[in-house]
Design a protein around this ligand. Structure first.
Ligand code: HEC
Ligand code: HEC
Length: 200
């Protein structure tokens, strides 16, 4: 697949899938505010706050550095990471990655969402999400790149991120890959994907 090849060639957004010390990260997180919004095990119950439980450690670590260094914008997360060093960010990433994996309550019967996730739509230039995010939607690390878990994430958050990629409000994916993909998605596609993915 063309996009995948280009991504692998560009490579190196993250160094490895072994990141941080989960025990140090738990101790640090117990003393910090993360749990107020994301829950102690990362499986937030509030739609606005993404689930972090079982998320790829390399992905969490990249996002936290992206917030801190201004590559991903969000008022709350930028403020909270300003003073933090790489070691703290790596440890807290390892901690949340080691928690029970995010999981939807009920599998959605949404046929459009399922077919876009599993097969994409070649005629409209939409690749299968599962090709990068894994057949189960739980993410993977491959070729130095971290593909996040999207299955079992909050529907509200998924919809918001897909809209943000499409409008270029969020721009921190390697080579803009998610911006390119989201530009081929209509509102109905985004709604269907958010519905289906949140149930996985
Ligand atoms: C006041 C609530 C709040 C607190 C406290 C908070 N977060 Fe967040 N966090 C958010 C929101 C809201 C987002 C979604 C931002 C967006 O829409 O881009 C987020 C996003 C994230 C993401 C990106 C998730 C993804 O799937 O891309 C990570 C990682 C994260 N937070 C980790 C942390 C850590 C670590 C702490 C503690 C230092 C923390 N958060 C504290 C509200 C909070
Ligand atoms: C060619 C690989 C590739 C394909 C295909 C792909 N993605 Fe992604 N996606 C990524 C990468 C890489 C990231 C992480 C970007 C970053 O580092 O910030 C990502 C991030 C995301 C996020 C943000 C997750 C979060 O926690 O904030 C969502 C949502 C998402 N993708 C949904 C989709 C959907 C829906 C599809 C199918 C229509 C899809 N992706 C297809 C590579 C891909």
């Amino acid at each position: 697949m063309l996009l995948l090849g280009a991504l692998c060639a560009a490579g190196s957004a993250v160094a490895a899938d072994r990141i941080g010390d989960p025990l140090a990260g738990k101790a640090w997180s117990d003393d910090n505010v993360c749990k107020e919004c994301h829950n102690p095990d990362g499986n937030s119950t509030v739609a606005e706050y993404p689930r972090l439980g079982g998320q790829q450690a390399a992905y969490l670590y990249k996002q936290l550095r992206d917030f801190r260094d201004g590559r991903r914008r969000n008022v709350i997360m930028q403020a909270l990471t300003q003073e933090l060093g790489d070691a703290e960010l790596a440890n807290v990433s390892a901690h949340f990655a080691a928690q029970p994996a995010m999981k939807g309550a009920v599998l959605s019967a949404n046929a459009l969402g399922r077919s876009l996730f599993e097969q994409g739509d070649g005629a409209r230039g939409i690749p299968a999400c599962s090709a990068c995010h894994g057949a189960d939607g739980k993410g993977r690390v491959d070729g130095g790149l971290a593909y996040p878990a999207i299955g079992g994430q909050h529907r509200f958050y998924l919809r918001g991120q897909l809209q943000d990629w499409r409008s270029d409000t969020r721009r921190n994916s390697p080579d803009g890959v998610m911006n390119q993909i989201a530009k081929s998605l209509g509102d109905k596609d985004i709604e269907a994907l958010a519905d289906y993915l949140s149930g996985l």
